[in-house]
Design a protein around this ligand. Structure first.
Ligand code: SAH
Length: 368
């Protein structure tokens, strides 16, 4: 059965036209579902009874199920969500003084195999559907609202910012991710401006060009190394799209856009990519790129081969970049008591590559 959550405004307009309905039914349904959180067609009182019944029998509104909710001492929440086929993904809610950010997943597992990321160890199962991507925002928004949790900077909205930084490589699921982002931006659903949406990529260069054409949201790029030799090892997709090509694509992405910058993520791995010399190489590399650098202290996971850089090393690294004129911040580690930090999301992935199912047992540690 078709899931109406997979449809954006344009799709719904077409759909209703095919049913002989007025196209404005699309905005009515979007409002019910996304703005008001209503999934029971019977409650959509501005639709005719016949239409409601037809929707009821011929379509569905399928939303991922919350399996567990863990709340960190710092207020960060991590939800494990189960999809219709039994796969599980994770999403994270990060409340801050001036914004509430939701970090969502774009794939079940990930195929890119970055050596420092726990999602990579699960292998890759499949792309998320549009409904499964926008369904994460739907769930968080309406669940938090039902608990009277609102963002301070936007009225009557729980989530003010969305980052595609959960499980998966969003640009490897381009079509569905862009359609879901269209829904995030649509005034009849979530009305988030592109400034409040950030997509993080390991650097799929051709898709960056398409993103600029189709849905130019903020871009974060997982750089993690100042040389191709080291980046090949940490982020293997670098062998296909090496640093020079990647940085050119970054500059193109923001060309002719005033005041925009690319965020570069750089995970701090002790004695691996965190030396003063590497900081200097990085500064040189980015000297002509409108950049913001986000240093992410490595978040360990079981059997990970790396250690988090010491605070002293992180500070030295940061100061070298700042002295070279680069805007640099160290990302605060949030929710690490519930394994909700960057690179710790695992879910449960029915792994196609390994040809067998590999359940990851979550140990819910409910706090707060
Ligand atoms: N595939 C996309 C989206 C993932 S975003 C990308 O690569 O950008 C998650 C961010 O956390 C990325 O910058 C990723 O490189 C980083 N990350 C992954 N594992 C991590 C870990 N163990 N500790 C800290 N950061 C990590």
């Amino acid at each position: 059965m078709m899931n109406l959550l997979d449809y954006n405004r344009e799709d719904l307009g077409q759909f209703f036209t095919e049913w002989g309905e007025k196209p404005f039914r699309a905005t009515q349904v979007l409002k019910w579902v996304h703005q008001l959180g209503i999934t029971d067609f019977d409650q959509m009182t501005n639709l005719s009874k016949t239409l409601r019944q037809r929707l009821q029998t011929e379509t569905s509104l399928t939303i991922p199920q919350i399996v567990t909710e863990q709340i960190s001492v710092d207020g960060t929440r991590k939800w494990v969500l189960e999809l219709a086929d039994g796969n599980r993904i994770e999403m994270v809610f990060i409340p801050e003084d001036d914004r509430n950010t939701l970090c969502i997943s774009s794939q079940v597992g990930c195929a890119l195999d970055c050596s420092f990321c726990s999602t990579a160890q699960q292998g890759f199962s499949r792309n998320l559907t549009v409904g499964e991507i926008i369904g994460q925002l739907w769930l968080a928004e309406h669940h938090l609202r039902s608990q009277d949790i609102y963002a301070t900077d936007v009225q009557q909205r729980a989530i003010s910012n969305v980052v595609l930084m959960g499980m998966g490589e969003p640009l490897a699921n381009f079509k569905n991710v862009v359609k879901a982002m269209n829904l995030m931006r649509d005034d009849f659903s979530y009305g988030l401006s592109w400034r409040r949406i950030t997509l993080s990529t390991a650097g799929i260069v051709p898709a960056m060009e398409r993103l600029k054409q189709e849905c130019p949201v903020n871009l974060a790029v997982s750089l993690h190394a100042p040389t191709d030799e080291l980046r090949n090892e940490l982020v293997p997709i670098n062998k296909k799209y090496p640093i020079a090509e990647l940085l050119e694509a970054c500059c193109d992405y923001i060309k002719n856009e005033n005041r925009r910058k690319i965020t570069f993520e750089y995970v701090m791995l002790q004695d691996f990519n965190d030396s003063p010399k590497q900081a200097q190489q990085l500064a040189k590399l980015l000297r002509n790129v409108p950049a913001k650098i986000n240093l992410i202290p490595f978040n360990p996971f079981p059997n990970s081969p790396y250690q988090r850089s010491s605070q002293a090393r992180i500070n030295t690294f940061r100061d070298i970049l700042i002295n070279a004129g680069l805007i640099t911040v160290t990302r605060k580690t949030r929710g690490d008591d519930i394994d909700a930090a960057c690179g710790q999301l695992v879910g449960r992935v029915f792994n196609k590559r390994q040809g067998h199912t590999k359940p990851i047992t979550m140990q819910p540690r409910i706090m707060g």
